[in-house]
Ligand binder design. Structure first.
Ligand SMILES: [Zn+2]
Length: 201
């Protein structure tokens, strides 16, 4: 790993601490119940996890929005950030009986990418504490299908397993939200983390 990773990784992990990913909130009212039901009905039309991830990626392009976000905000939201997109994909997978969890990931990019994203988040008035040097905090999805866990990136509309092993867009740290919170697997560890997840009982 390069100098930037060692310089920025541990401060970023420390800052994240045991922070859980944001999840969508439900008003105790018909607005959110109707919006969630609308979403799940649309999601059920996707014939596969691949199609579901592609639909969410195309319907809500990745971008900034304030939190908390409620289900009734979703139908008219132009963007979902990575935690919101991962949350709705996990909800749709669980709705169809698939075991799924949000993955918290640190990825490496470069100065020009992070400068562009920082400007977008600052311009939208949304905190930008997920960037540290050329590293970014990101949320994705782990789904247990066909006897194995697989990683999905709804913000990118792709399979997380296909990310490069090093350099631009590579995964440098990963943990499973809710399960092993607080313990990050470092390095080229995505496959190890996915293999180490217990099969659902
Ligand atoms: Zn609502």
């Amino acid at each position: 790993m390069g100098g930037d990773v060692t310089a920025h990784l541990h401060p970023l992990l420390t800052r994240l601490g045991e922070r859980a990913p944001w999840a969508l909130s439900l008003h105790d009212a018909p607005c959110c119940r109707r919006a969630r039901a609308w979403y799940l009905q649309r999601a059920r039309a996707a014939p596969s996890t691949d199609a579901l991830v592609s639909w969410v990626h195309e319907r809500w392009t990745w971008g900034p929005h304030p939190w908390p976000l409620h289900w009734c905000d979703v139908p008219r939201a132009p963007h979902l950030d990575c935690e919101a997109a991962s949350h709705v994909v996990v909800e749709a997978l669980r709705d169809r009986g698939v075991h799924a969890e949000v993955l918290q990931v640190i990825e490496r990019f470069d100065a020009s990418a992070v400068t562009h994203w920082r400007a977008a988040w600052v311009g939208a008035g949304v905190p930008c504490d997920w960037i540290a040097g050329d590293l970014v905090y990101h949320a994705a999805v782990a789904a247990f299908e066909g006897g194995a866990w697989r990683g999905w990136d709804p913000s990118d509309g792709c399979v997380l397993d296909d990310k490069p092993v090093r350099g631009y867009d590579s995964v440098v740290a990963v943990r499973v939200a809710g399960e092993a919170r607080g313990s990050w697997a470092l390095g080229e560890a995505l496959q190890e983390v996915l293999r180490g997840l217990a099969a659902p009982g």
